[in-house]
Design a protein around this ligand. Structure first.
Ligand SMILES: Nc1ncnc2c1ncn2[C@@H]1O[C@H](COP(=O)(O)OP(=O)(O)OP(=O)(O)O)[C@@H](O)[C@H]1O
Ligand SMILES: [Mg+2]
Length: 267
């Protein structure tokens, strides 16, 4: 059964989509079967793997709101083993449309759970908000992965995110665990970046991935080429960071499975 991982942080521009695309693509390169679900109306994950706005006939909106069979909304990408359910701008409306529905937190769960048998890992890329779409993604997930940018105000909002995760754990989805914190856009020359790394490690301890994603121009350029950096520039520092992150992710997951234990919770 595939593991469902939601990538969330309500702070904008911290590297959620970049991490979703490149961790998913790296795992695919390592021969895992991976599905990426774009749950952000900005549709950056979709365009980042080659599906441009307006190109996809079926999107996550159709699955969530119109009850479309998710199998009909899955697209192949240029990365072997990596599939995507794309988003489009009409997903903006889903936030409001879901609010009025019964069991409104469970729509993503209904979409994603029938797909578990087909994939090793399913990633859901969230928009920068803690609204209905993110709540749906947390309700559907086994774990949540939180990218944190090594910048000013990096910790801003993390307490609120933790509170939301706890609320979901307490009331809707007890199996939700913290997959980990990924530090992104690290520049070792900046004192502040090193302060952020230290602070985040003090707060989250072993939950922080040892692999840190450095700021790298190749990562910044890849979205324009509509390809994951791990495919476009496999030798670049950014690509190597994400491939290492994927290795560490697999090792951590193997260790948890090996213990036969339930993944530790946030606390
Ligand atoms: N390690 C990196 N090095 C250089 N540029 C990066 C890196 N990570 C992300 N970026 C760039 O920073 C910007 C924000 O990244 P990204 O879109 O992944 O963040 P996000 O959290 O998904 O944003 P949003 O909250 O809007 O969804 C993008 O232009 C991306 O290309
Ligand atoms: Mg994004």
């Amino acid at each position: 059964m595939g593991k469902i991982i939601t990538i969330a942080n309500q702070k904008g521009g911290v590297g959620k989509t970049t991490t979703a695309i490149n961790l998913a693509a790296s795992l695919a390169i390592l021969e895992k079967k991976v599905l990426l679900i774009d749950s952000d109306p900005q549709a950056n994950a979709s365009s980042g793997v080659g599906i441009l706005e307006g190109e996809a006939e079926a999107t996550i909106y159709d699955c969530l709101i119109n009850g479309m069979d998710p199998m009909d909304a899955i697209y192949e990408t240029d990365t072997p083993n990596l599939h995507i359910i794309p988003a489009s701008i009409d997903l903006v409306g889903a936030e409001l449309e879901l609010v009025g529905r019964e069991n409104r937190e469970f729509f993503m769960h209904k979409v994603v759970h029938p797909l578990r048998g087909y994939y090793d890992y399913i990633f859901i890329d969230c928009l920068p908000s803690l609204g209905m779409l993110t709540l749906n993604a947390l309700t559907a997930a086994d774990s949540v992965l939180v990218p944190v940018q090594c910048e000013f105000f990096a910790l801003e909002g993390l307490a609120k995110l933790q509170e939301t995760i706890r609320r979901v754990q307490d009331h809707i989805n007890q199996r939700l665990s913290l997959e980990g914190i990924v530090l992104t856009m690290y520049d070792p020359r900046l004192r502040l970046a090193n302060v952020v790394v230290k602070e985040v490690k003090e707060i989250f301890g072993e939950k922080v991935f040892e692999t840190i994603i450095h700021r790298n121009s190749r990562i910044g350029e890849a979205p324009n080429m509509h390809m994951p950096v791990v495919l476009l520039n496999a030798g670049s520092k950014g690509a190597i960071n994400y491939l290492n992150l994927a290795q560490e992710f697999l090792e951590r997951n193997a260790a948890v499975e090996g213990q036969g234990a339930i993944a530790p919770s946030m606390d």
